[in-house]
Write a protein of this length. Structure first.
Lengths: 354, 376
């Protein structure tokens, strides 16, 4: 009898560990792989070339960094909806700065523009983090005001599109890092190696750093503890306010870096840049298995979330559904499905606990 | 919505009366409104001048900043009603209202565009009623979709409505095949502008009607009590015989109806629709109206009057900012953000608690000093 119950217990335990966050991550990865394979098999158009995959990375390097920052904040149970407009502000500020450098009005270099980007991101992170963590305002409202503020500041800096012609920057932006052993042969029979932009490498470094931070450092584990249960984290001696503050600061930093990557890719500043990027970042995090209630999430999941989101956009456009609305509707439907799966899994998890 | 000002209790000292007024939820939105009024009067004494002038159609209508403000606040006020209920019951906000307004407006235009502009008044009225009912139905359905995700699947409201936020405007474009529709029938624009012979803009009447309806609903039914109970503690209200899921769903459906009214006014204002621009950022304004009204965004108790006043404050702020010629219309949001942050900081429970603590400490110190004196 006791053996039987032990076996049952073990089986239940096994199931519980599977229905945990790992399952959400596995689902995301499987969905991405299946989607990409289907695209390769049925669509063919370009999807068979490795460059297609790297183009997805090239286009979404900034979104990847933004989503990672968002994941950090969401793990602590907050949200930051200002990242998209901060990206836009960073692009504009850097573009105006580099143009002035180009015209010889002020001294500066590519490095100073990077500093500006990081400073803007950090400033937003620190102010919002302070208001959220120490003043105990709702993160949504605080970052909403941050969104408004960044949006307005962008047009105050400059209300037109500013293309960048500063030579060293353009050179940096055009730098292509070729991937060894991967490439395709074009119609003329010339071998073209696959390449990624500098931004992708930065984004991947950020992903690895944040993954290590969440997995193996004290601060990273504190994020989970605070998001999982505020009060018990407090009782364990974790400085909840500081942890929340740091999460927002890191998210701001990510917004600064992500903004600079967007700038590298776009090579211009415009008030219309990165429209809706915050919602894409939130959607990617959710698809990657981060729960908005906090305490659950994974950077690897976010990586696959970004990839899934951008792959489905590419698939929709290459299906010939050129009209812009189809992309949004498919993203909406996909988000809906993932949310439902999450909710069902959580409900089952709670039942198992009982 | 009774006022807590105790004018009938003569025993209270002036200080206590001031404190009671200060504690009242209505105090902050009204104070903010008052500040804006004073600011405008100082910078421009003629700001509130209301004149009776013929408009472009040749009707005598009221015009002036005040009328513009009240007119354009209509959508926000109607939305704030629904948003307050949703906030109260589900402890979250609906961020898809702007997109759903686009859907509702698109639905109305889909029906109205099929009619020639020369039909008789009776037929026209029938068509308007039909299109309005259909648009109410459609947005109530979308509201129910959001509500079902929140109530039955226990997804956070902000995330659940993120779906429609992403897809809504695209669905609106899809309803009309992304056509640029403009309605030539003048009668259609009556609902968003002026009815000939009446000097007050029609949206004001629609707003008043909505406010009366919601006041009656709250008076007659238990909606207020139930939604507050669900918002404060869903499981204990379930034990008390309330169905929290149905209440949450119901509040989202009510918000859907509010959205339909807004969508109708919005498309009637311009007799056309731009899918990506219509009601842009209105969800942010609506949420801010609720927050500015001093309602807890985490659910529970709510005060509809202060939300409505909050909505007027937001619109007043926008109108005031637009008045400054040197402020670019697109950079207005930066100033708005600064003001809003300031207002929220002032009205936040944290700051209130801080001042109360300081006051208590001072009183304690005073009492201690007094006791020290007595013992000496």
């Amino acid at each position: 009898m006791s053996v039987n119950s032990n076996a049952l217990e073990r089986r239940l335990k096994k199931r519980a560990s599977l229905t945990d966050t790992n399952l959400l991550l596995i689902i995301t990865i499987i969905v991405f792989i299946v989607m990409y394979l289907c695209a390769v098999v049925f669509l063919k158009k370009g999807f068979t070339k490795p460059q297609m995959f790297f183009n997805i990375l090239n286009e979404n390097a900034s979104l990847l960094v933004l989503s990672c920052g968002m994941t950090l904040v969401m793990i602590t149970g907050g949200i930051d909806i200002s990242v998209g407009q901060v990206t836009c502000l960073v692009c504009m500020a850097c573009a105006v700065h580099l143009q002035k450098v180009n015209d010889g009005v002020i001294n500066g270099s590519v490095f100073t523009s990077l500093l500006i980007a990081i400073a803007i991101g950090l400033a937003f992170g620190i102010v919002q983090g302070f208001l959220v963590a120490y003043m105990e305002f709702q993160p949504f409202i605080v970052t909403l005001a941050g969104l408004f503020f960044a949006k307005g500041m962008t047009t105050i800096v400059c209300s037109d599109r500013v293309p960048v012609t500063y030579e060293p920057f353009v050179k940096l932006a055009r730098t292509e890092v070729t991937i060894p052993f991967l490439g395709s042969v074009n119609k003329k029979g010339i071998y073209i190696p696959a390449y990624v932009e500098i931004g992708v490498i930065v984004a991947i470094v950020v992903v690895i750093l944040l993954f290590c931070l969440l997995k193996w450092t004290k601060l990273g584990r504190n994020f989970y503890a605070v998001g999982g249960n505020n009060q018990s984290a407090n009782m364990l001696g974790i400085n909840v306010k500081l942890t929340k503050f740091l999460a927002h600061v890191l998210c701001g930093l990510c917004a600064g870096i992500g903004g600079y990557l967007f700038f590298l890719h776009a090579c211009s500043g415009s008030p219309l840049h990165a429209q809706g990027a915050e919602m894409n970042a939130i959607a990617s995090s959710i698809i990657g298995g981060t729960l908005l209630s906090g305490g659950v999430g994974n950077i690897v999941g976010t990586l696959f979330g970004v990839l899934s989101l951008s792959t489905i956009k590419n698939i929709v456009t290459s299906l010939g559904l050129e009209d812009a609305w189809w992309t949004n509707i498919t993203v909406g439907v996909m988000l809906c499905i993932f949310l439902l799966v999450q909710s069902v899994i959580l409900a089952r998890k709670n039942k198992n606990k009982k | 919505m009774t006022s807590n000002v105790p004018t009938f209790k003569p025993r209270l000292t002036g200080k206590e009366v001031a404190e009671k007024i200060f504690r009242n939820q209505l105090f902050f939105p009204i104070a903010a409104l008052f500040l804006l009024v004073i600011f405008n009067l100082i910078t421009d004494p003629g700001f509130f001048k209301v004149t009776l002038e013929p408009n472009s159609a040749g009707n005598l209508v009221l015009s002036g900043n005040l009328i513009t403000m009240i007119d354009y606040a209509s959508e926000l006020v109607i939305l704030a009603i629904g948003m307050t209920l949703v906030t109260s019951a589900s402890g979250g906000q609906d961020i898809s209202v702007g997109a759903t307004i686009a859907i509702a407006g698109s639905t109305v235009l889909r029906i109205v565009k099929t009619q020639s502009p020369n039909i008789s008044n009776g037929k026209f009225a029938g068509m308007i009623i039909a299109s309005f009912l259909l648009c109410v139905l459609v947005s109530a359905l979308f509201g129910a979709f959001n509500g079902a995700l929140v109530a039955f699947f226990k997804i956070q409201p902000m995330v659940a409505t993120l779906i429609l936020f992403t897809a809504g405007r695209s669905i609106a474009a899809w309803i009309n095949n992304n056509d640029n529709i403009s309605i030539n029938d003048k009668r259609f624009s009556y609902f968003g502008n002026f009815i000939p012979g009446i000097a007050v803009p029609t949206p004001v009447f629609i707003t008043i009607l909505c406010l009366i309806v919601i006041a009656i609903v709250l008076k007659v039914t238990n909606l207020r009590l139930y939604s507050q109970a669900v918002g404060i503690n869903a499981s204990s209200s379930r034990l008390n015989g309330i169905n929290p899921k149905m209440i949450k769903l119901l509040t989202f459906v009510i918000l859907g109806v509010c959205v339909a009214v807004c969508g109708f006014i919005k498309v009637s204002r311009t007799s056309s629709i731009t899918y990506s621009v219509i009601a842009n950022n209105i969800e942010m304004d609506a949420i801010l109206a609720v927050a500015l009204g001093g309602n807890n965004l985490g659910g529970g108790k709510f005060n509809l009057t202060s939300s409505v006043i909050g909505a007027y404050v937001i619109q007043f702020l926008t109108t005031t900012l637009y008045k400054f010629k040197e402020i670019d219309s697109s950079s207005i949001s930066a100033y708005k953000a600064a003001v809003v942050i300031l207002l929220i900081i002032i009205s936040s429970p944290f700051v209130r608690k801080f001042f109360e603590d300081r006051k208590n400490r001072r009183e304690a110190a005073k009492a201690e000093a007094l006791a020290g004196k007595e013992s000496a």
